[in-house]
Design a protein around this ligand. Structure first.
Ligand code: OAD
Length: 266
């Protein structure tokens, strides 16, 4: 074991203090920018639900490290083995139902109540933003609690998850109303997300790698239309280099602080 001298310890402590001071300064600026924003967009990804106990997709413990998306999240996968795909989503849905929204979800509810023209765009299908109480939400990748038929997208009310996908009145199998790889995003949601992003003054990206397009294009659009771009992430992502402020840390810890500081100006 290596010994750490007192001096090194104090030096390390000082560096940490400086980093904290820097982060706190940035949080303050982010809070102020949000408080004076006339139009605000928030884009969330899986990182926002991490502290609720729901894994992300591409982190080391992520879903796509464990499962192959082409075997579970495509139309071809469902056609090849509907029962397998259905059960995989059933297990995810039942697990997510047991989870609770975390302070990041609640901070966004508060921000929505405080700011004019606020829109939350999420890539998450876990329904936690709605359960927390957010109202203006665009769900770009669907919702694991909604269902439709495979052939015609007829909406379907599921009373309880069984072992097999139920059958629609048209004879088609029922599937979760989520976007699978290779499928287009829901048109109305996509158009709304892009149109609102072009108009926003502040764009806040939280807990997304931004590698999946077209959702991952939204921060670039915001920037092109001169929005102030803030990112909260535990590590740098695809979009970090174009951000005005990058807040490194957990969404559940940083977001409530940002909202608290924006309150000072409102
Ligand atoms: P990813 O797994 O690609 O990225 C998660 C991001 O969250 C990474 O940038 C992490 O660094 C960050 N992160 C992890 N924990 C965090 C925390 N506690 N606080 C803040 N940030 C944290 O997930 P998404 O970007 O959401 O699509 O993935 C986009 C899409 O890819 C998903 O909607 C899903 C997936 O395939 C479909 O299923 C269609």
């Amino acid at each position: 074991m290596e010994e750490i001298s007192d001096k090194e310890c104090r030096g390390g402590g000082r560096l940490k203090d400086e980093q904290n001071d820097e982060l706190n300064k940035l949080i303050e600026i982010a809070g102020e920018r949000l408080a004076f924003s006339g139009r605000t967009i928030v884009l969330t990804g899986a990182g926002v639900s991490k502290e609720s106990g729901i894994p992300t997709f591409r982190d080391t413990d992520g879903i796509w490290q464990k499962y192959k998306p082409e075997e579970l999240a495509t139309r071809e996968a469902f056609m090849a083995n509907p029962t397998r795909v259905w059960k995989w989503y059933r297990d995810r849905a039942l697990s997510v139902r047991e989870k609770k929204p975390n302070p990041a979800h609640y901070a966004l509810v508060e921000l929505e109540a405080l700011l004019p023209h606020f829109l939350l765009i999420t890539q998450n299908i876990d329904n936690l933003h709605r359960r927390a109480g957010s109202k203006e939400i665009v769900e770009l990748h669907g919702n694991i609690e909604r269902f439709k038929c495979f052939e015609h997208s007829h909406p379907y009310e599921l009373s309880s998850w069984g072992d097999e996908p139920p059958i629609c009145h048209c004879g088609s199998l029922i599937r979760p109303d989520v976007v699978w790889f290779g499928e287009p995003l829901p048109q109305a949601e996509l158009e709304c997300a892009f149109a609102e992003t072009e108009k926003c003054e502040v764009f806040l990206s939280i807990g997304t790698s931004a590698v999946v397009k077209p959702a991952g294009l939204l921060p670039y659009i915001a920037k092109r239309y001169s929005a102030f771009l803030i990112e909260i992430n535990i590590e740098e992502s695809e979009i970090t280099e174009i951000t005005d402020i990058f807040l490194r840390g957990k969404a559940a810890e940083l977001l409530p602080k940002v909202v608290e500081l924006s309150l000072i100006h409102i």
